[in-house]
Design a binder for this molecule. Structure first.
Ligand code: ATP
Ligand code: MG
Length: 568
């Protein structure tokens, strides 16, 4: 390819909207352009990288025994009603209407479609194990599309679905996909590590996410340094807070005035001096429209994913000030669950056995002290609701650390949630009908592309691993005139590299060397071969690996040296 025949609109400055380095470099290197928030056009260089990642994914999926299909992006809502996700996933569903006002959905994922296929096509144990995959555009009405391709409205995903006759067999299919993910990310040059994950709206039994460590990642991962434990913060567990609840003697409940107290901090300060770990925080939520109180220690914070698991639904939100006032008869700052019987009460495990606690009295300006949770809030149901903190002991001992990461893939053991809901059954060896046992496996192709940039760049631009680079070599003649010896040698090398199977782009622009060097570094080609008059006079060309050091190589040896570099 010749630079002047393609489109590589590099930018000196990053557009103001690009907050993170990978988003800036995507735009500056001319890989993509934004059409609207969360919608991007892939330009030639970006598309080449995308196709390479896809090719790696296809090879590894095929190698793991999965077979490729392609499902429609447009889906009938009926199958989503059947699975029960029409409401559950409502926030992310893009809905469209046809000319007769019939509703359709733009698929955010394809469990429903594949399960309805399996319901009609898989009938016997003899047809399993089988895993289908596709690489396809997904649509999600994200609340906050941002960070370029990281959280887009339309993005490319590889999604795979396994079907098995038993849990045991499904575990083997799951392991195959898990292993394929490890290889895929490795080949893309990513240090992705698996962590235990929450199963969320997908349902199912257990799952792992593949995370790429990054300061700018939207996920937080709790892990131990011995490598024995890593979990998404949404799911992470510990042996409990660093400040344990003291064993205080039970005393009679006592109401006392707390005028002006609004927050945990207010009550911790003078004149009350009640530290957070001796307070009960009372949160009022509406789960599928019904009020529920969530109780936590004052110094703990609610983990929404754990709350969803505890509530048995992803459809919940904090109650508004008016809803709270009408339910509780008091305002935030004075809320509590003592003597309250108008809603379900879920209490965090850390409050189990706690006594000597302070909580709102459900009368504005008053609190209770000496609360003994089991005695005074007997209706409370114990649940894990809190978010773990750095430094707490992990379940196996060593302290937890927390770091940010980008989720690039997610593998789930689904079990029979979808097959039961959609009557996808098979005849077993014993001639009994049973639901298919499923797994599902997502990988963000476009997010992975950007995660590679986020983890592989320097101050001059992107550093593509060879396996996914748009071109392996940027051949840079330092003169553009066709008659010059520089150009003639460059043309010869261009043809020779091409004939040797090397993916090469020739920067044939009539630009200053400085501009060409800057751009080739910005776009991130793994190797630059510069042909200039001065070195050519000594029979040499410049060999410069991206991020490495320049050396002069004899013109005759450059093809061999390049092949060696690309093989290494
Ligand atoms: P997140 O927690 O980041 O919203 P998710 O849990 O909703 O992701 P899955 O449903 O597991 O994502 O989708 C599989 C993969 O698709 C994710 O691991 C991620 O790589 C990618 N992905 C999900 N949402 C987006 C998005 N809005 N833009 C780009 N990629 C996405
Ligand atoms: Mg996920």
């Amino acid at each position: 390819m010749r630079w002047t025949k393609t489109l590589i609109p590099t930018l000196k400055e990053a557009p103001a909207e690009a907050e993170i380095i990978s988003h800036q470099l995507l735009l500056r290197a001319g890989l993509v352009r934004k059409l609207a928030g969360g919608l991007y056009t892939f330009l030639p260089m970006g598309l080449r990288v995308l196709r390479k990642i896809e090719a790696i994914v296809r090879q590894e999926m095929d190698g793991a025994g999965a077979c490729e299909v392609l499902m429609p992006a447009l889906q009938p809502p009926e199958i989503w009603r059947q699975s029960g996700r029409y409401e559950q996933a409502a926030q992310v569903l893009f809905k469209v209407r046809d000319s007769s006002q019939r509703e359709w959905l733009l698929g955010p994922t394809h469990e429903e479609v594949i399960t309805s296929l399996a319901a009609s096509e898989i009938n016997s144990y003899r047809q399993m194990p089988v895993t289908f995959y596709q690489i396809q555009t997904k649509f999600r009405d994200e609340i906050r599309p941002r960070f370029g391709l990281m959280r887009a409205r339309e993005f490319l995903m590889k999604d795979a679905y396994s079907f098995d006759i038993s849990d045991e067999a499904a575990q083997a299919s799951y392991q195959k996909m898990y292993d394929a993910y490890v290889r895929i990310f490795g080949r893309c040059g990513l240090k992705a590590f698996p962590v235990e994950a929450d199963t969320g709206v997908m349902g199912g039994k257990f799952s792992h996410e593949f995370m790429v460590p990054a300061q700018t990642g939207e996920c937080e991962v709790a892990y131990t340094e011995d490598g024995q434990y890593a979990a998404n913060l949404e799911k992470a567990a510990s042996r409990g807070p660093l400040t344990p609840a003291p064993a205080l003697a039970e005393q009679p409940l006592e109401q006392f005035p707390t005028p002006g107290v609004r927050t945990i901090e207010d009550l911790a300060a003078a004149p009350y001096h009640t530290p957070g770990h001796l307070q009960i925080k009372t949160l009022v939520y509406l789960a599928e429209g019904k009020p529920v109180l969530l109780l936590l220690r004052g110094d703990d914070s609610l983990n929404e994913a754990k709350a969803a698991a505890a509530l048995g639904t992803g459809v919940f939100r904090p109650a508004t000030a008016e809803e709270i006032a009408s339910l509780m008869g008091a305002h935030p700052g004075s809320l509590g669950a003592v003597g309250f019987d108008k809603a379900r009460v879920l209490a965090d495990e850390q409050l189990r056995g706690a006594s000597g606690m302070t909580t709102g009295a459900n009368v504005d300006g008053f609190h209770f002290r000496h609360v003994c949770v089991s005695r005074d809030i007997p209706a409370a149901v114990w649940k894990d609701l809190r978010t773990v903190r750095e430094g707490e002991e992990s379940l196996h001992g060593p302290p937890l650390k927390i770091r940010r990461a980008i989720e690039v893939g997610h593998v789930f053991k689904l079990g029979t949630k979808y097959s039961e809901a959609m009557s996808a059954t098979f005849l077993g060896v014993d001639a009994q009908r049973r639901p298919l046992v499923m797994g599902c496996y997502g990988m963000g192709i476009t997010r992975t592309l950007q995660a590679i940039i986020e983890s592989s760049h320097d101050q001059n631009g992107i550093i593509w691993p060879i396996a996914v680079a748009p071109y392996a070599v940027c051949l840079t003649p330092l003169s553009a005139s066709a008659e010059s010896e520089v150009m003639q040698v460059s043309e010869r090398l261009y043809a020779q590299l091409g004939a040797a199977g090397v993916e090469v782009i020739m920067d044939d622009r009539d630009e200053r060397p400085g501009v060409k060097f800057k751009d080739s570094e910005l776009v991130g080609f793994p190797l630059r071969i510069a042909v200039g008059e001065k070195s050519l006079n000594q029979g040499m060309v410049e060999f410069c690996p991206r991020g490495g050091t320049k050396e002069l190589v004899p013109v005759d040896a450059i093809i061999g040296r390049t092949l060696e570099f690309l093989r290494a």
